[in-house]
Write a protein that binds this ligand. Sequence first.
Ligand SMILES: Cc1ncc(COP(=O)(O)O)c(C=O)c1O
Length: 392
Amino acid sequence: MATPALMNTYGTRAATLVKGEGAWLWDDKGKKYLDALSGIAVCGLGHSHPSVAKAVAEQASVLTHCSNFFDIPNQEELAENLCAVSGMAKVFFGNSGAEVNEAAIKMARLFGNKKGLKLPTILVMDDAFHGRTLATLSASGSRRVQAGFEPLVSGFARAPFDDIESLNKIAENNPNICAIFVEPIQGEAGIRIASDGYLSRLRQFCDEKDWLLMLDEVQTGNGRTGKYFCYQHSHIIPDIVTTSKGLGNGVPIGACLASGKAAELLQPGHHGSTFGGNPLACAAALATITTIQTEGFLDRVTALGERIMSGLRYELADLDHVKDIRGLGCMIGIELTKPCKSLFSKAMGKGIIINVTADSVVRLLPPFIMTDDEADHVVAILAPLIKAFKKD
Ligand SMILES: Cc1ncc(COP(=O)(O)O)c(C=O)c1O
């Protein structure tokens, strides 16, 4: 199907998917695909997860939406649950990654304005991706998402990712900076993982400067890296963290969490969302977070990712055109020496769903419920495709 009634923002689509169960998806012709992408880091619990499906169905039959003019009991329960799992103090709910990142950006501006800065400025990273709204595309580091949408939103300065040394000079040159906004792992930029100690040093730097440390965990959150949030590998607490994608296992919801001096920034009238944190979305998110919190679940995310990575490392060892295989938990990148977009359709042809990002990085974001046999199947199909890709 390719109706002219849709704006062509996504180009040609690869298939028409009509059904999903566990780690599998089916197209309209009955062909099945093993999903190693989870709808871009969204369906961590796989498709049609029974407890999410039940929670959504039950909530839809009672109350779908009522607006934030009213107390919403399961929104409160979800907020308390998120605070407990993250060590953060307060939550604002939105509907998507870009939208909760907008909330974070607005909070940094409130913070900077309260400090009396003339032009509150947020330090963002080269190659970052924070979304497609005007402020978030301006904060992003890719010209590809910005081109044609000028004038960009001002109030952002830029630093190289994973480079603590550059910060002193940048701070000296820009007295208006009041926050750093960074992804713990740059997902869209090709699963770029910062060095050990990077987040702790950023935390220390922000404390010294009285800047907010704001983390974009839209992609890395909700168990994806083997901890509920990726920053928990570093034993720090950010001032602000945003998440979305996997939060509702496919039902749109985002959260902007704040702690310490950031927790009281948003006051009545500052921000809002018609749908944000409505009963239906919160029911999905509560069922999702409860499942992720079951004992041993996050260890399985780590083990699954390691199984896939070690399988790929074994199969793809010593190949000149494979530059690196890296990842954390179920966030995996295989970097090739040349652009490899065509691997996506080759993999579809063989019945697996992968993604290629940053031109030359095969990105795998498998659902956490994938079995060992399914993980081995991903490796068994993908490795020969990558091996053969050299000759294309
Ligand atoms: C790190 C990060 N931030 C923000 C976004 C934007 O999220 P959304 O598409 O839900 O607006 C994404 C989406 O890929 C992301 O990976």
